[in-house]
Design a protein around this ligand. Structure first.
Ligand code: AMP
Ligand code: GLY
Length: 416
């Protein structure tokens, strides 16, 4: 089968790497891709958020399956356009993508179907938001309603901070919600209509600084599995959160198809939904892909076409991804630094270096800023994966980069 993968980050490099190893993948095209993805796919210049351009490319190249990496093309209706043109697409419709695109939509769905999540109110104006604060204790969480790449959320530790966040947001849709206490874990499920199958768990590190301090980022590192999400808790999260969501979407006439990524808070009262994403996590995907066995391309095709599918088998290995970001990230990152030593890093057993923000010239690889590399290691234990990942980080030469040295710390402390 011919596959077109949309996107250009570390998540897409990991997806491309895994798809290319699938027996049913004969040709892999990536739009627009990056120099890492170019190792496994033919990269084609395209705006992945332009439904007409995506359909035209897929038709021109005889594509059998479009796999959408990031959320923006889904919200823009790329999956709808592909399906309307008779092209199988892994990823939800724009209606399904509301589970990520609108926090208010998801909160209302949870309320209607008794899905455990933080108590909340939806607000439209600054004045109403300030008044609604009285109904919550501190800490309290303020969220902008649209896609914000993880940056539209304030966990306010004081009333003053909450008011400042509301004033900074101004008028416009907001969600104010109860602060949930516990440890976070991510659960990934393949969903087709009312059917949902768990594939893997992961934990990421959203804060830029060691010890989980400093501003939020897209994610500075991840590992899979997340043992804190025990098989019992995972089954409970599927039963109480993911499966009722899949049924609710199907019953509403907007069946979900693709991967549903549930961000969970493991509270004393059980798992509660923090948020949904309608695509694989980045960098969780980089950590999960090396653990997935079997014909991954065939699996995604089955989900996309409504054919029966089972959960993939997972290797018993643990996998860890350490992000190397450009200095300044998540503020104003330095661009253009040269990167060498990638070959040395990948010569280490169990290492793959996925490219998140790179370009290339005739002398090699250059950073384009933001998250730049996703150094991924497999190991028989988390400790072994961690040691290999940092061994690889240490042979990569990238002056303008930095990474957190403590990825996996919670789990490593627990297993010490
Ligand atoms: P979100 O974009 O909704 O995932 O929020 C970003 C981060 O804010 C989450 O990963 C949590 O660490 C934190 N967060 C969001 N909502 C809550 C909540 N209700 N209680 C505690 N922390 C939260
Ligand atoms: N790493 C979190 C996300 O992909 O949204």
């Amino acid at each position: 089968m011919n596959i077109l993968l949309l996107g250009s980050g570390g998540r897409e490099d990991a997806l491309a790497w895994r798809l290319k190893q699938s027996p049913s993948c004969t040709r892999l095209i990536a739009g627009p891709g990056n120099p890492g993805i170019a190792r496994w796919a033919e990269c084609v210049e395209i705006d992945p958020c332009d439904p007409t351009a995506v359909v035209a490319l897929a038709q021109r190249e005889g594509v059998d399956l479009v796999v959408v990496g990031p959320e923006a093309p889904l919200v823009a209706g790329v999956a709808d356009a592909c399906r309307a043109a008779g092209i199988a697409c892994f990823g939800p419709s724009a209606a399904g993508a509301q589970l990520e695109g609108s926090k208010g939509f998801t909160k209302d769905l949870c309320a209607r179907h008794d899905i455990p999540t933080a108590a909340y109110v939806r607000i439209e104006t600054e004045a109403d938001a300030l008044a609604a604060l009285d109904r919550f204790s501190i800490p309290v969480v303020i969220k902008a309603d649209g896609l914000a790449a993880g940056k539209g959320v304030t966990v306010a530790m004081s009333r003053e901070e909450a008011e400042a966040a509301i004033r900074a947001a101004g008028d416009g849709p907001l969600v104010i919600e109860e602060f949930l206490e516990g440890e976070e874990a991510s659960l990934f499920a393949l969903v087709d209509g009312p059917r949902a199958v768990a594939i893997a768990s992961a934990q990421d590190h959203k804060r830029v600084g060691e010890g989980d301090t400093g501003p939020n980022t897209g994610g500075m590192g991840a590992y899979s599995p997340a043992p804190v999400l025990t098989p019992e808790l995972e089954a409970r999260a599927m039963r109480e959160i993911v499966e009722p969501t899949a049924r609710a979407m199907a019953d509403a006439g907007t069946p979900f198809s693709g991967v549903l990524f549930a961000g969970l808070m493991l509270t004393a009262a059980g798992p509660k939904l923090i948020e949904y994403n309608v695509r694989f996590g980045d960098p969780e995907c980089e950590a999960i892909m090396p653990r997935i066995e079997g014909d991954f391309a065939a699996l995604l095709h089955a989900v996309a076409t409504g054919a029966p599918f089972d959960a993939p088998s997972l290797s018993r290995d643990t996998s860890m991804t350490v992000i190397i970001a450009a200095l300044g990230y998540p503020g104003t990152p330095v661009k253009g630094g040269r990167i060498t030593g990638l070959g040395r890093a990948e010569a280490i057993d169990g290492i793959t270096v996925f490219h998140a923000g790179t370009s290339s010239d005739d002398q090699g690889i250059i950073s384009t800023g933001g998250r730049v590399l996703a150094v991924t290691a497999r190991g028989s234990t988390l400790r072994e994966a961690r040691d290999r990942a940092y061994q690889a980080v240490d042979v990569i030469d990238f002056e303008d980069g930095f990474c957190r040295r403590d990825i996996g710390w919670r789990e490593l402390e627990r297993s010490a």
